[in-house]
Design a protein around this ligand. Structure first.
Ligand code: SF4
Length: 350
């Protein structure tokens, strides 16, 4: 299978074109047009011979939107087909400031979090940098956006897969998507969500970028976390919080802690108090998310009273707290659900 041309950094594209005896300005033209969402054969300013040479080396067609679901609340969910017939999904959330796209970084996931639909078939493979870039490019174009008027304003690496488990491709994706000759996103408009691969958090911090880091915490103690997230057998909460403090110090960014509230598991008053004490000295925001039911999983969401009480206790400890709306409840909103349904029905569900 040919690699995706969207997975080339600007510098790599310059090198490829140099090898084909092309002038440097061609790299700017091609990079710009690719990030507008054009295929090589749709570029009217590039010679046919050059397009043919590039298409022998690379594919410009690595991912196709094959399904879209729209929620009553404006959330959209996309199913993308890859060239090897694997499918991954993405979510698009509408906010006052624009659209936020949630991109996938792996087909499946091997982290095996107990509440998640993405990992039910394990890890199939990593996505290439180009396949991750392509999700943003395709959806921005689909919405009618271009480079000067980007309609996808924010990117969260929070779809299926653990981004830090695909570190090199994710870092390359960030490098490409922030390039000034392409879509030119700012680091500050990109968030990366991890279940807590401690060593990779340090590695990310040392890159000197300003990506927002979100840690999926979901428990106030190692005992509870171990029942939900097997990664806790490798790293304790205290070790992860140290890594987060380091990240915040190096990047000057506030850490976002994600906490899914699951009825009877991690939502008690004691859990809230324990969490508040652990986080009280960290520059952070806590995002509480009520659990989104996943078929085949034994967990239940909490009542709104439980969610409000949990938030109030954290606020009493002067923590900044948001309670995320459960977006897209009517469209298999939880991560991995749409893909699972597609696989189970061989793509024949409506
Ligand atoms: S929650 Fe994230 S890290 Fe955990 S299994 Fe699902 S996709 Fe993987």
């Amino acid at each position: 299978m040919r690699d995706s041309i969207l997975g080339l950094s600007f510098e790599e594209l310059c090198e490829v074109l140099k090898g084909l005896n092309e002038k440097p300005y061609r790299a700017k033209q091609i990079f710009y047009e690719l990030h507008l969402g054009k295929k090589l054969n749709e570029m009217t300013n590039i010679p046919q011979t050059l397009k043919a040479q590039l298409l022998q080396l690379y594919t410009d067609d690595d991912l196709t939107i094959i399904k879209e679901q729209k929620s009553k609340d404006g959330t959209r969910k996309f199913l993308y087909k890859l060239n090897d017939n694997n499918v991954v999904e993405g979510v698009l959330m509408k906010y006052k400031f624009g659209y936020t796209i949630c991109v996938s970084t792996q087909v499946g996931c091997r982290m095996n979090c107990a509440f998640c639909a993405s990992c039910m078939d394990g890890l199939v493979r990593n996505l290439s940098a180009g396949e991750i870039v392509s999700q943003v490019v395709k959806v921005n174009k689909y919405l009618g956006g271009d480079i000067k008027n980007r309609l996808v304003t924010n990117i969260v690496l929070m779809g299926s897969g653990e981004p830090l488990d695909n570190f090199d491709n994710v870092v390359k994706f960030i490098e490409i998507i922030t390039n000034k000759d392409g879509l030119n996103y700012s680091d500050r408009n990109i968030s990366l969500s991890t279940c807590g691969l401690k060593d990779k958090i340090y590695k990310l911090a040392d890159l000197g970028r300003q990506i927002n880091l979100c840690l999926s915490l979901h428990a106030p103690s190692d005992n509870i976390r171990k029942t939900l997230m097997p990664v806790s057998n490798s790293y304790s909460i205290d070790q992860l919080l140290d890594a987060c403090k380091y990240y915040s110090l190096k990047t000057n960014r506030r850490i976002l802690f994600e906490y899914i509230l699951i009825d009877g598991i991690n939502s008690s008053r004691e859990c809230a108090l324990q969490l508040a004490k652990k986080l009280s000295k960290i520059n952070c925001l806590v995002n509480l998310i009520n659990y989104n039911t996943v078929e085949g999983k034994p967990f239940k969401p909490c009542s709104s009273v439980v969610v409000d009480n949990f938030a109030r206790i954290l606020k009493d400890y002067k923590l900044q707290v948001t309670t995320r709306r459960s977006l897209g409840k009517d469209i298999d909103g939880a991560c991995g659900q749409l893909r699972r349904k597609f696989i189970k029905t061989n793509g024949e569900e409506n």
